[in-house]
Design a protein around this ligand. Structure first.
Ligand code: HEC
Ligand code: HEC
Length: 316
């Protein structure tokens, strides 16, 4: 008995050493911890990680965003400015500098207010991909910088978005608006061109495939690589990784071309719900079954113990 206890002690010691000592140390060396910032966009992370010569410009940029955020926006006046946005963001728009401008149907609901202000002021700075451009006018939405220049106009159009484009989207709508221009979802039969229709004739299907390839080539030329299909990403990456990656891709993958998307918490939750519906459809069933399985195991253990005791009673 004494010997068995000693063996148990040694095994337990090394197991716990691995669990609390070696593994956390290895993890801290291989994956630096990325602090989330609760879907607030005030440039803190951007300024902290900026190179010395960019720090000043970024500090000034986010200070301006803060000033505009403090203005009282006039939603009615903002509607006229919003007409300019629709010049690019209309239904059925084609590829523009690399991607198809997303629908803004729920922009007020899924994007953070500060982020929207920053985006209209300078899209490349807002989404933290200014390192890709010598002049941020070259961003596909860059010309907005010359179209809407007055702080009050920016505040007005954002107030318009918040008042008129804030109906709650479905999980799929949130994904379509925020991610689908770059990321396909094979398991939901969706590509960068949206849902794949069903075709009666093979030649129509092939013609559609060619359009998809052309669109993907354009995205690839813009991003440097084709953004991965996200059908299974929800199983591959942790909740923390996904959240911090969407808030600021640079924090997890320095130098990546994926722009920050600027979702607020509710918007991100919708996107995650969609990724989970498609990538892990049996999750709800599993969660319901879990407690029953554990209950069954406990009951079975008790029965097995009682059975063993009754069998061995005569032998002891
Ligand atoms: C010159 C065309 C153009 C104009 C004008 C324009 N946009 Fe965009 N917008 C784009 C393109 C292209 C993208 C996609 C950029 C990308 O994915 O890199 C985009 C992306 C966006 C996004 C998604 C941003 C993100 O980070 O996911 C929002 C929100 C948006 N635009 C809002 C607006 C608003 C509001 C206006 C008007 C004040 C506006 N846009 C004007 C072309 C335009
Ligand atoms: C303008 C294009 C664009 C948009 C919009 C976009 N992404 Fe990406 N995304 C990329 C690119 C490019 C990569 C590849 C990054 C790399 O390898 O540097 C990527 C990579 C990823 C990855 C993989 C990271 C890894 O594990 O390697 C995840 C997860 C992701 N995106 C999630 C999202 C989500 C969620 C959204 C919408 C909220 C979104 N992306 C919107 C371009 C985009």
């Amino acid at each position: 008995m004494n010997k068995e206890l000693k063996i148990f002690g040694v095994v337990a010691f090394f197991t716990l050493l691995l669990y609390w000592g070696v593994e956390p140390f290895a993890h801290s060396q291989m994956h630096k911890h990325v602090e989330g910032h609760g879907f607030t966009y005030d440039g803190t992370a951007d300024i902290a990680e900026a190179s010395a010569e960019k720090k000043e410009a970024k500090t000034a940029f986010w200070a301006d965003v803060k000033k505009i955020a403090a203005l009282e926006g006039d939603a009615v006046a903002g509607e006229a400015t919003f007409g300019m946005c629709m010049g690019c963001h209309m239904d059925g728009a084609g590829n523009m500098g690399g991607v198809i401008p997303p629908s803004l149907d729920h922009a007020g609901a899924i994007y953070d207010k500060n982020y929207l202000i920053a985006l209209i002021k300078d899209p490349a700075m807002a989404s933290n991909v200014d390192h890709k451009y010598a002049d941020t006018m070259m961003h596909p939405m860059g010309s907005i910088k010359t179209m809407v220049t007055e702080p009050q106009d920016i505040a007005n159009v954002v107030a318009y978005l918040k008042a008129n484009k804030s109906a709650e989207p479905t999980a799929k709508e949130a994904f379509s608006e925020a991610c689908a221009r770059c990321h396909a979802m094979r398991y939901d039969k969706a590509t960068q061109l949206g849902d794949t229709p069903t075709f009666k004739y093979k030649k129509d299907e092939l013609a559609h495939e060619i359009k998809v390839i052309e669109e993907q080539d354009a995205v690839k030329a813009y991003m440097g690589k084709l953004p991965p299909d996200l059908s299974m990403i929800i199983r591959a990456r942790s909740h923390h990784f996904m959240e911090t990656f969407v808030e600021n891709p640079q924090s997890q993958l320095a130098g990546t071309s994926m722009p920050r998307v600027g979702l607020n918490e509710a918007g991100y939750e919708k996107v995650e719900e969609y990724l989970s519906d498609i990538g892990d459809p049996s999750k709800p069933a599993r969660e319901i079954a879990g407690p029953w399985v554990i209950g069954f195991m406990i009951l079975f253990t008790i029965l097995a113990y009682l059975w063993k005791s009754s069998l061995w009673r005569d032998l002891h």
